[in-house]
Structure formats: structure tokens, C-alpha cells
Ligand binder design. Sequence first.
Ligand SMILES: Cc1cc2nc3c(=O)[nH]c(=O)nc-3n(C[C@H](O)[C@H](O)[C@H](O)COP(=O)(O)O)c2cc1C
Length: 233
Amino acid sequence: MEIAIIHGQLHKGSTYHISSMLKDRLAEPDSVVHEYFMPADAPGFCMGCFRCIIQGESNCPHADKVQRIAESMISSDVIIIDSPTYCLEMSGQLKTLFDHLGYMWLSHRPRKEMFKKIGVVISTAAGLGAKRVTKSIAKQMFWWGIPKVFKLPVSVSAMSWGDVSDKIKLNATKKVDSLSNLIKRGAGSAKPGFATRFLFSVMRTMQSKNTWNLVDRDHWKSNGWLLKERPWR
Ligand SMILES: Cc1cc2nc3c(=O)[nH]c(=O)nc-3n(C[C@H](O)[C@H](O)[C@H](O)COP(=O)(O)O)c2cc1C
């Protein structure tokens, strides 16, 4: 199994520890694991130049850093993204990465490899907000075409992993155990549901009339999606 892990933070606190528990359960001796930390591996801020969308992703001023992460995600079976909850949202540094990946939304140039992957989103909060953060990150994965996304929000009642109670750690461990079993059973067989297929068909209609962004249109055409091909078949 190939796994991409994107940490929305640099430090190794509660969020990192819970993600790492999942990694340890999923990774086999021959697994390839790509691991990135924001902001150390982040591409910096999106400049809003639209070059990725209009001219192609290799024209982004930050293409080197963006494509390193994007290629790891594309080649992986499972993509894990985590973030601590900051002011009821994901970390700012993680959001800057997502801004750079807008070109591969369903509305532009989704990658066909994404339509069979499993996504996992993890967030910890001291009290409130982790659920909202996992939902927000899962939304990004949905727009990349990922058919199955598991969410693991955890309220840790602490500012550091060392201060998390044994009871909460045990509870998190149980959730990670059952999640890893679900992922191992589903890996390779995830298929998009109604919402993705419906949105794909709306975007397909839009792309078939697209005269304003030929890079997008060519992507749909060369994949055969304007005819009978579909990325999940
Ligand atoms: C800037 C900042 C904002 C935070 N905002 C929230 C919040 O909105 N809700 C909450 O319950 N905890 C909040 N916290 C607490 C962290 O989400 C919580 O301690 C989390 O487990 C930290 O994860 P980490 O150990 O991986 O850094 C905040 C912490 C920081 C540093």
C-alpha cells in the first residue's frame, strides 16, 4: 500500500500522534510512505495569477513544491491529511496548499487516479471545532474526486499530547484501530457515489461547451470524458 500523509503543522503534537498511529497500522514493510509537513514543505501563498488554471499546473510559480506533493498523492492508495483546530478552522499553512490544488478540482482538471482512492482526515481540538475542520478538509478531497473519505475528529482537552488523558488516548486508539480495518478492507475498491457522479456529469456538460479555458477542455477531451470514458471505470 502506498500512503501520502500531509500534516497541516510542523510540530509533533496530538494531531501528529494520532495520524502516526494510523500510519503504523496501515504501513506494511514494503509500503511506500510520503510524508509532508506544513509549512516546511508548503508551496507558500497562492499569488492568484491563475496560471495553473489557464496555462497548466507546471506554470504555477510554485510548481516544484506543489507538484512534488500532488504526484505523491496521485500515486498513493490512501491520502491522510491532518490539522490541529485553530480558531475553529484548519491551520492557515494547510489552506495555502489547498489553494494551490484548485486546478485539479472537478470543475477544472481532476486526475482520474483520484477516483479510486481512500482519504482520511484527522483533526484534534482542545474542545470545539475538530468536526468542522475534518468536514472542511474532506470537502477539498471530494472536489478532487476522492470517492471515500473517513473523518476522525478528536477532542483531546489538552494543549499537548503529553497532557492528553489515558482515557482519551485509549478512545482515540480504538477509533484508529477500527478505521485502519475499514481502510484495509476497502483499499482499491472505492467507487464514487451519486454526488460525485452527478457533479461530474454537470462539469462534463460545462466542459463540452468550454471555449474560455482550452487547457481544461483538452484535459477532459484527452481523457475521453467528453465521450463515453469515465474516471471510475
Ligand atoms: C492558535 C490556536 C487556536 C486554537 N483554536 C482552537 C479552537 O478553535 N477550538 C479548540 O477546541 N481548540 C483550539 N486550540 C487548541 C488546539 O486545537 C488543541 O490543543 C489541539 O489538540 C492541538 O493539536 P496539536 O497538539 O497537534 O498541535 C487552538 C490552539 C491554537 C494554538
